[in-house]
Design a protein. Structure first.
Length: 600
């Protein structure tokens, strides 16, 4: 057993609440910029702390007028947008509990969350969302109110609380205590029905303020006008944590509703000073840059520049960068690297990556071009991060050290156990699951496997439940192989299989954008479904597989793979809303192809 703890640097009083900083900042600096809201494709309007505070208090009064009481649950189903944050803080201002729902959720998922949480009122973004809620309303009798953000009724709601006095609102707001429930976030549900994670005001404040006094200090407070563009779903705890942290730092928050191709174009318009994202976003940035270079006949230059950036980053870890490497790096900074960082807005030096492993190669590449990606680790149950690297101490390939006030223990079986004031008090109305989630001395069972090095840096090696045991008795952590295969520009997703089989194999899906580029280079035509057996395509994927196999022993290596004709998606049920593969769904959906791998 191994353990590492970081001393606490903040203390959260019993009277602290999430709305304190927003209200205090509006009073002290009413004209300061709190947020920027997109007005058009090329314009973002600054919103002052005074205006944001006015929006929050107006909707808070409207909720009081609508009969929402302290502790009542209010659902919020919407894409990431300014109104999401306003509604969240309005709910918190009256002691309500926000119940976020992914905008891609099915009626069945919506029904479970609304009924299990006992939600009293709900906000939805548009009519299509409303129809999904209405379709299950007969099975959610507690739901009394439903408001559409994109309709006139939302503006009408804003003014409906005008008779509620400031004093009444302040009484409601200050009645909230640190250990009151702030939100119920339902887990993605890679297996079984989602469980509602009870997260308190203390949970969020402890981890956000601790991060600001620790590893996030240079990222946020090191810039005169810090800002970020939030584009991950706010229904996810990672984006929610960043929302709170940015407001606690009195920084500027922007919202964008998509992670699609148009997102990257907005970086150069918004010009964030730091970013947060899941690894897939950074993979797309790299792939786009590589594809552009190849299409312009500069593929070899880009490849050499990429290897130089990686070598430069690795040399930084040794403290000695050879002169020849410094000169090559300086040349490529002008020819290649500057163009990539400008695509990210040109102002940001740092990004925080979470959700899954970034991969050491990609981490070294971005640091080598002057854009450091800081990896962290956390779960919904831990209010997002428990450990994170920092600009000063960034050990690529790890997810950093414990945040201030948190502890990490590696159990005898390799499971990662966590402790701190950021850990949820338990699951909503599920005592059995809550009891099973904690050790007798209060550590949370993550279900993840990992290791701590001598300096306290954590490495995550896989999930306990996802460990594959081959027919020969070899234990294989699939994430090691999957992360390296996904690093290939051609690959979208990968799932390793082989439980109780003679060898390890993999299902691979192809990135559609990269596939089109690849076809042009190879002079090929046709749809992917017709080309899964194409020798050149299989040879390209074999390269990625060979690279992944270098990280494991022969017994753990992938012997065969199968290219699938379609990608995994949330719509097909094969991916969660936080972009994790649902292994049991994929295993069932592609069982025929898996059998063919082993019997063919």
């Amino acid at each position: 057993m191994r353990e590492y703890s970081s001393p606490a640097v903040v203390e959260i009083s019993d009277d602290a609440r999430l709305t304190d900083t927003l209200y205090a900042h509006a009073a002290a600096e009413p004209k300061a910029t709190a947020a920027r809201k997109q007005e058009s494709e090329s314009q973002w309007r600054a919103i002052s702390t005074e205006e944001m505070h006015g929006d929050v208090t107006a909707y808070a009064k409207a909720l009081i007028n609508a009969g929402v009481a302290h502790g009542d649950r209010v659902a919020l189903l919407s894409r990431t947008r300014y109104e999401w944050t306003v509604i969240d803080y309005a709910i918190w201002s009256i002691g309500g509990v926000t119940v976020p729902i992914y905008e891609t959720s099915s009626p069945e998922q919506i029904e479970w969350i609304l009924s299990n949480s006992g939600t009293k009122a709900a906000f939805v973004e548009n009519e299509e969302h409303a129809q999904r809620v209405e379709s299950v309303r007969s099975n959610t009798p507690g739901l009394q109110q439903l408001w559409r953000i994109d309709e006139a009724e939302f503006a009408e709601l804003r003014s409906s609380g005008s008779e509620i006095s400031d004093e009444t609102l302040e009484e409601r707001r200050t009645a909230v205590k640190a250990d009151d429930l702030a939100t119920l976030i339902y887990t993605s549900g890679t297996t079984g029905r989602p469980k509602g994670c009870r997260l308190t005001h203390r949970n969020f404040l402890f981890i956000a303020r601790g991060a600001l006094e620790g590893p996030a200090k240079q990222v946020l407070k090191g810039h005169q006008d810090p800002s970020t563009l939030l584009f991950l779903p706010l229904a996810h705890v990672f984006a929610r944590f960043v929302q709170v942290m940015v407001i606690e730092a009195n920084a500027t928050l922007g919202h964008f509703p998509s992670t699609g191709p148009e997102l990257i174009d907005q970086f150069s318009v918004f010009k964030p000073t730091f970013l947060l994202a899941v690894p897939r976003v950074f993979e797309k940035v790299y792939t786009k840059a590589e594809q552009k270079a190849v299409s312009e006949g500069k593929g070899k230059i880009f490849s050499t520049a990429a290897e130089t950036a990686i070598a430069y980053s690795k040399a930084l870890d040794t403290g000695q960068v050879p002169l020849s490497l410094r000169l090559k790096h300086k040349l490529f900074s002008k020819l290649v690297y500057g163009k990539i960082t400008s695509r990210l807005g040109g102002e940001a030096e740092y990004a925080v990556s979470g959700g899954s492993a970034l991969g050491a190669r990609l981490g070294h590449f971005f640091r080598g071009i002057g854009f450091t990606i800081i990896e962290g680790y956390g779960l919904t149950e831990t209010t997002a991060p428990t450990s994170v690297n920092s600009p000063e101490f960034n050990k690529i390939g790890t997810v950093g050290r414990p945040l201030p006030g948190t502890s990490i223990r590696i159990a005898e079986d390799g499971e990662i156990l966590l402790k701190g004031d950021h850990i949820m008090p338990g699951y909503w109305e599920n005592e059995k699951a809550t009891e099973e989630a904690f050790t007798k001395d209060g550590y949370y069972h993550t279900g993840d496997l990992g290791a701590l090095d001598d300096d306290g840096f954590l490495s995550v090696t896989g999930r306990k439940k996802e460990i594959i045991v081959t027919a020969g008795g070899k234990n294989v952590a699939p994430s090691v192989l999957e992360d390296r295969i996904r690093a290939s520009a051609l690959v979208s997703q990968c799932m390793v299989v082989g439980d109780n089989r003679k060898f390890i194999a993999a299902l691979v899906t192809i990135d559609p954008d990269s596939f089109e580029q690849w076809k042009q280079q190879k002079g090929k035509t046709g749809e992917l479904a017709e080309m899964t057996a194409d020798p050149d395509l299989n040879a390209a994927i074999q390269e990625a597989v060979d690279n992944a196999n270098q990280a494991v022993s022969k017994a753990e290596s992938i012997r065969k793979f199968r290219i699938l004709p379609t990608d995994f998606s949330e719509e097909s049920g094969e991916m969660t809303a936080s972009l994790k593969v649902k292994r049991h769904v994929v295993n069932k959906a592609w069982s025929k192809e898996i059998e063919e791998i082993y019997n063919g």
